[in-house]
Design a protein. Structure first.
Ligand code: PLP
Length: 449
């Protein structure tokens, strides 16, 4: 991957221009660049409304173009949609070159694991590549039920349901279960899928400061009485920051205020706890301490999809009535089989979990020693290096790419501009040498910016 430069412009001047362009863009909150507005054309001839039907005039698209065109003009390689030519594990090949890879959720190395791959292939041979309709209509395959029973066992709860997408799991579950008489409280860093679900539900939404259970206690003392159902939503490990909530405190609030508690384990399953059973194992909690256990199959479990685990009434309700399940195709058998195989490997693979945790700790400790800003990361699989601006994050990612390291910049609006970062996902497949060398290179390259 080459980093092109614009001839004739000094680097410092170029940087200044990019920064100014970014700042201009960021100041234009909401609407971005000039785009059609109803003001001024009310009552105008019908043809003038045609501008609202032009996709190139959509405000979001205009913002995107400013960003992409600006970056291209100033010689920054597009860090998105990179083309991987094979398996993306601790290493990956792109454009014929090999990179140490910190941009995949293959935390336990199960994507590419022969047992997992074999299970997926066998399921295709047995059931074909699709179930071709929703499960209530076209029927289950044994593999769906086995996966759900295995997930329920992991959480020590009654039952589980799997969906074809992790994102859709949150959207449809929250969107369907809650309504305008309800309140949903969520951590300010909660994943977009939860926010979309809340919006769909029509419930009142309040966010609380990151991991601040005392703030939740105060809000609930004040507000609980005004709502029917109240849901508090957390993540097991926060995907941008690599830290986790004090879950036992939230469990206390659950009974104190009579609210429902939901934990999204997308990044904590396979990563936390001695045997990778997630945040529940880390804190030694019971399955019933949380009402809605949610997780994705796309990360540690090397597949695709999401799940909800909990009591029978919850799971049965979703299976018969949640639109994202009822009106959407069932998970392809090969996808269910891959997740099930990974899940069944987990109890035998304590070594992988321990290695993942050790590599993450090593990354974090070395990064801190090198003076890098790793925010609140605990070193559990996700370690950000905060650069302080989207421009710097893009430049750092680009510089790392030139040195054979693949790590993704996270830019505004995914995070606030001042906490733009390059995010490192650690895998149990990384060697201690790869980690040490990467941190050293990050420190060198950051210093040059
Ligand atoms: C916390 C969290 N929840 C849900 C999702 C959505 O999962 P998926 O990508 O499997 O659809 C993600 C994705 O990264 C996530 O980080």
């Amino acid at each position: 991957m080459t980093h092109k430069t614009s001839p004739g412009l000094a680097t410092s001047m170029k940087d200044k221009l990019i920064q100014q362009a970014l700042e201009r863009r960021l100041r234009k909150t909401g609407d971005g660049a000039p785009s059609p507005s109803l003001e001024g054309i009310k009552g105008a001839p019908r043809e003038e409304f045609g501008q609202f039907c032009r996709f190139d005039q959509f405000p979001g698209y205009q913002q995107l173009r400013i960003m992409l065109d600006g970056a291209a003009r100033f010689g920054l390689a597009n860090p998105f949609f990179k083309l991987h030519e094979g398996l993306a594990g601790a290493e990956t090949v792109m454009g014929g070159s090999r990179y140490v890879n910190f941009a995949s959720y293959n935390y336990l190395g199960y994507s590419g694991h022969p047992v997992v791959a074999e299970a997926a292939k066998a399921a295709i041979d047995q059931y074909g590549t699709s179930v071709s309709a929703s499960r209530p209509v076209s029927g289950d395959r044994p593999i769906h039920r086995e996966l759900e029973q295995e997930l329920a066992r992991l959480y020590e709860v009654d039952d589980a349901i799997t969906f074809v997408s992790g994102h859709a799991t949150n959207v449809t579950t929250i969107g369907y279960l809650f309504g305008p008489r309800d309140l949903i409280l969520h951590d300010e860093l909660i994943h977009n899928s939860v926010l979309q679900g809340i919006q769909l539900s029509g419930a009142r939404r309040l966010s609380f400061a990151h991991n601040d259970w005392e703030a939740v206690d105060r809000v609930l003392s004040d507000q609980r009485q005004h709502f029917e159902r109240v849901l508090v939503v957390l993540e097991g490990i926060y995907s941008m920051d690599g830290d986790f909530p004090d879950l036992p405190r939230f469990v206390e609030l659950r009974s104190k205020h009579q609210v429902l508690l939901m934990v999204d384990e997308a990044h904590s399953l396979g990563v936390m706890g001695q045997t990778g059973k997630g945040i529940r194992e880390h804190f030694g909690l019971a399955g019933g301490d949380v009402d809605i256990w949610m997780g994705t199959l796309s990360k540690s479990l090397a597949s695709c999809g999401g799940y909800i685990a909990g009591e029978s009434a919850l799971v049965e309700h979703l299976k018969f009535l949640a639109p994202g399940f009822l009106y959407s195709v069932g998970m392809p058998p090969s996808v269910a089989a891959a997740a099930l195989a990974a899940l069944r490997c987990l109890p035998e693979d304590g070594e992988r979990v321990a290695t993942l945790q050790a590599r993450g700790r090593q990354f974090l400790e070395l990064a801190r020693d090198a003076g890098l800003d790793t925010g609140t990361s605990t070193g559990l699989a996700v370690v950000p290096v905060i650069t302080g601006s989207s421009l710097k994050a893009t430049q750092l990612s680009s510089a790392l790419s030139r040195r054979g390291i693949n790590a993704q910049p996270i830019l505004h609006p995914a995070v606030p501009e001042k906490s733009a970062r390059v995010r490192f996902f650690v895998s149990c497949l990384h060697t201690p040498e790869q980690i040490a060398e990467t941190v050293a290179i990050v420190a060198q390259e950051l210093q040059k910016l």
